[in-house]
Design a binder for this molecule. Sequence first.
Ligand code: CU
Length: 72
Amino acid sequence: MTTVTYSVPAMHCDHCTHTIEMEVGEMQGVQAVRADLTTKKVHITFDVPASEQGIKTLLAEINYPAEGLITL
Ligand SMILES: [Cu+2]
């Protein structure tokens, strides 16, 4: 299991966080998604078949591109 945190500057309201949590949460292999509006960061815990690349591609597709990976 892997947890990543992405910076997503395009998120600006509760609707954005809801969309991100729903869309990413529907990906196969994604265990948990939390979008934090205050910090504009998204925390994602996943396992195969989900991948970092797949998650970034999805975020770009729904117009919330990940600007950076923050490793903890
Ligand atoms: Cu919004």
